[in-house]
Design a protein around this ligand. Structure first.
Ligand code: G3P
Length: 195
């Protein structure tokens, strides 16, 4: 149990660092939560018009999960990495510092994959880019990619990783509720649009 608590705490604390919010504030763009969708992720940072900041947010939000997963894996073994990644995802969604109001977990999802099944990041990127190329919707691209990942993992014979990512997908869909409503209403903003 002490090991499980250590892994969960490490993941959660790493995941709860809101890089999008911090970088946006440091760059003088104000509070990200009052910009665009109000989300704290890279897609919304892009709505400030600062592409480098959005890229840095994606990278850091992903790496916080990767680092947690890699450390946990090194100390406690493969499954610990998966649990730490999951905890980082939860930390990003429910950060204690922001009154438990966080993001949608797409970057931490990618970061977890990078830590525990790195080739899956290529699958994620391919699906994301294909859907984004056609639709220009970041939310839709992420939702399709996160649907594909557990299926591919299952087919490749990684049932534990498939199961945990499937749970992450379900939670992330729930967090994309407003995006789904906007997509259905035709009012979702496209990648690079300010609104
Ligand atoms: O998957 C990207 C998602 O997080 C969408 O962000 O800001 O458009 O709600 P946003």
């Amino acid at each position: 149990w002490p090991a499980v608590i250590a892994v969960l705490s490490l993941g959660y604390l790493m995941g709860s660092i809101p890089f999008g919010l911090l970088l946006t504030r440091m760059a003088g763009h104000g509070d990200l939560r009052s910009i665009g969708s109000g989300n704290i992720g890279a897609t919304n940072v892009l709505r400030t018009g600062n592409k480098k900041l959005a890229a840095a947010t994606l990278l850091l939000d992903a790496l916080k999960a990767t680092i947690a997963a890699v450390i946990a894996q090194a100390v406690f073994g493969q499954n610990a990495g998966l649990i730490a990644g999951f905890a980082a995802f939860i930390g990003h969604l429910f950060p204690i510092w922001l009154g438990f109001k966080g993001g949608k977990g797409v970057a931490t999802y990618i970061g977890t994959l990078l830590g525990v099944a790195p080739l899956m990041v290529l699958v994620f990127a391919a699906v994301w880019l294909a859907v984004a190329f056609v639709s220009r919707y970041s939310s839709l691209s992420a939702m399709v990619a996160t649907l594909v990942i557990p299926v591919v993992l299952w087919i490749l014979g990684m049932p534990e990783t498939a199961l945990v990512t499937a749970v992450m997908t379900a939670i992330s869909y729930w967090r994309h509720k407003a995006n789904i409503e906007r997509l259905m209403a035709g009012t979702e903003s496209k990648i690079g649009q300010k609104g």
